[in-house]
Design a binder for this molecule. Structure first.
Ligand code: GLY
Ligand code: MN
Ligand code: MN
Length: 467
C-alpha cells in the first residue's frame, strides 16, 4: 500500500483552493542534523512537505502557486551528482522529480535565489510557516527584499504573510481511505510487536533487550523505524511518563509498561501495553490494570461522530476517580474529587491526541472556546493510565510502584469506532494466555529466569484446574 501521486496532487489542489487567488505557499524540506563529527541522525522528511509531495530528499523547497499558467506546483531540489551519489546515495535531480512526482516544474536548488523573487512578484499573500526555521525565514525575507528594491521598476512585493499551518493542518486532520490503510499497517506492525514482546519477555532481561524485539518486528513488518523513542519501563520506571533510558533489568514480579509504535511510510502507530514480566499479574497489579482497562474501553465507546474531543477524557476521569475511591487510593466524594482534580496525583496526562504523520499529530482541539466535534476520518489515541509512585505514602503499600497505561489508535467512523491496534492482547486473560503459551516447557536450564517462567506456567495450570 502506498499513497499515489494522484493523492499527493489532490492534496496540493486542496491547499491551493483554500489559499485562494494571487497567493503563494513556500514549504522547505527538513534539514539533515549532525549527530557527531561525520555522522548525521537518520533523515526524516518534514511532515507537511511529505504530505504534499511524497518527496523525501533534504535541501528541497516546494512552492505552490494557484493559477500560475506555467505550472502551479514547483519543486527546487538537489541536482544529480555522480560523486556525491557514490558516497551518499541516489538523488532524483529536477529531471527525476518531474518524472516521478506530481509536480509541474522542477529546478536545481542552487537557482532558487534567482527564481523565487519572480514567483513572489505581484502576489498578495505568502503562506509560510514563519518562525519554525529561522535560517529559512531570513532567506524568504531576502527574496521579498529583492522585490522591495525594485518597486520603482514595477516590482510588487507581497504585503501579507499568512501562517500556512492552520490551513494545512485542517486538511491533515481528516484522513483519506488510503491514509487509514497506511495507519492500519503501522498499527498492525505495532500490535504484532507487542505480541512478540509478550512472548519474549522474561525476568533478568534488560529493558533495552525487550525494546530490541519491538524494533525487530517493526522492521520485519515494513516500518523503517519506530515512530518515536520507545518507552520500556519495568516496575517503578513505568511511573516515569517519558522514560526512555530503558537500561534496567526487568524483575520477576514486576509489570513492564511499553509504549512503542512503528512508523509506516511516515504514518505513526502509537501503542501501549502493560504486562507482567513473569507472565502472571499479581492481585494488586490486576486491580489497577482492570480499572485502567475499564476506563479505556468506556472511552473508546465515546469516540463517535457528534461527541466532542474531550468526551473520552471526561469518561476516563469519572471511571478512574470512582475506581480509585473503591481501591482506597482516594478518599471523599467522587464529584468533589473530580472537581478538585484529585485523580491527577495518579493520572497526570490527558487521554489522547490526534495521530497521523506525526505521533502527536496536527489539528486544533478546540473551535473558538469549545471542544471540537469528532468527524469521520479523524484518528486519535485513547490512552488512560494510573501511576502510583513508590513514594506515595497515602496509597496502600501493595499498589506502590505500579504503573499501567493502555493505549490504542482509534478512527472515528460513521458507526462504531475502528480500533486499528485491536490485534494487541489487552485483557488480563488474553495477555496471560499468550504469555503462558510462550513459557518454556522444560526446566532443564541453568538460566534462572527460564526456571521462573516455567514455574509460572505450572501455576497457571494449577489455577485453571481449580475451575
Ligand atoms: N508515545 C507518546 C504518546 O503516547 O503520546
Ligand atoms: Mn504512546
Ligand atoms: Mn500517545
Amino acid at each position: 500500500m502506498k499513497i499515489t501521486q494522484q493523492e499527493y496532487a489532490k492534496r496540493c489542489r486542496n491547499v491551493m483552493q483554500s489559499m485562494g487567488k494571487n497567493a503563494i505557499a513556500i514549504l522547505p524540506s527538513a534539514t539533515e542534523k549532525a549527530r557527531n563529527s561525520d555522522v548525521d541522525y537518520s533523515f526524516r522528511q518534514d511532515s507537511n512537505f511529505h504530505y504534499l509531495s511524497g518527496f523525501d530528499e533534504p535541501e528541497s523547497v516546494l512552492v505552490l502557486i494557484p493559477g500560475r499558467k506555467q505550472g502551479k506546483v514547483v519543486m527546487f531540489c538537489r541536482e544529480r551528482d555522480p560523486t556525491m551519489e557514490i558516497w551518499y546515495g541516489y538523488r532524483s535531480g529536477p529531471e527525476g522529480v518531474l518524472r516521478d512526482y506530481s509536480v509541474d516544474e522542477a529546478f536545481p536548488i542552487g537557482s532558487i535565489d534567482d527564481i523565487l523573487p519572480d514567483l513572489l512578484d505581484g502576489k498578495d499573500r505568502v503562506y509560510y510557516a514563519m518562525g519554525s526555521r529561522p535560517d529559512f525565514d531570513s532567506q524568504v525575507m531576502a527574496w521579498v527584499n529583492v522585490l522591495r528594491g525594485k518597486v520603482r521598476s514595477g516590482a510588487q512585493p507581497p504585503s501579507q504573510f499568512v501562517a500556512l499551518d492552520q490551513l494545512l493542518h485542517e486538511l491533515r486532520l481528516i484522513k483519506s481511505k488510503t491514509e487509514i490503510g497506511m495507519m492500519q499497517e503501522a498499527a498492525t506492525a505495532s500490535a504484532e510487536a507487542h505480541s512478540r514482546a509478550m512472548e519474549k519477555v522474561k525476568p533478568g532481561m534488560m529493558e533495552y533487550q525487550l525494546e530490541a524485539e519491538y524494533i525487530h518486528e517493526f522492521m520485519r513488518r515494513g516500518c523503517r523505524s519506530p515512530a518515536y523513542p520507545s518507552i520500556v519501563g519495568g516496575g517503578k520506571n513505568a511511573c516515569i511518563l517519558h522514560y526512555v533510558e530503558n537500561n534496567q533489568v526487568l524483575q520477576d514480579g514486576d509489570l513492564v509498561l511499553v509504549d512503542a509504535g512503528g512508523e509506516y511510510d511516515h504514518y505513526a502507530g502509537d501503542l501501549t501495553r502493560t504486562f507482567p514480566v513473569n507472565g502472571v499479574f499479581s492481585d494488586a497489579q490486576k486491580e489497577i490494570y482492570e480499572l485502567v482497562l475499564k476506563a479505556q474501553l468506556a472511552a473508546i465507546k465515546e469516540v463517535k461522530v457528534g461527541n466532542h474531543w474531550n468526551k473520552p477524557h471526561e469518561t476516563v476521569i469519572r471511571i478512574l476517580t470512582k475506581g480509585l475511591v473503591k481501591l482506597g487510593l482516594l478518599k471523599g466524594s467522587v464529584s468533589t474529587l473530580i472537581k478538585e482534580e484529585a485523580y491527577s496525583q495518579y493520572y497526570m496526562h490527558r487521554t489522547g491526541h490526534w495521530l497521523g504523520l506525526d505521533v502527536h499529530d496536527v489539528g486544533d482541539y478546540k473551535v473558538g472556546d469549545k471542544w471540537r466535534l469528532l468527524e469521520p476520518g479523524m484518528v486519535l489515541t485513547v490512552e488512560p493510565g494510573l501511576y502510583i509512585s513508590v513514594d506515595c505514602k497515602s496509597a496502600p503499600e501493595k499498589y506502590r510502584g505500579i504503573g499501567v497505561r493502555i493505549e490504542d489508535d482509534v478512527v472515528v467512523t460513521k458507526g462504531e469506532a475502528l480500533v486499528l491496534t485491536r490485534d494487541a492482547p489487552k485483557t488480563v486473560a488474553d495477555i496471560e494466555k499468550l504469555m503462558a503459551k510462550s513459557a518454556p516447557v522444560s526446566v532443564q536450564s541453568n538460566n534462572k529466569s527460564t526456571v521462573k517462567k516455567a514455574k509460572t506456567k505450572k501455576q497457571l495450570k494449577k489455577k485453571s484446574s481449580l475451575k
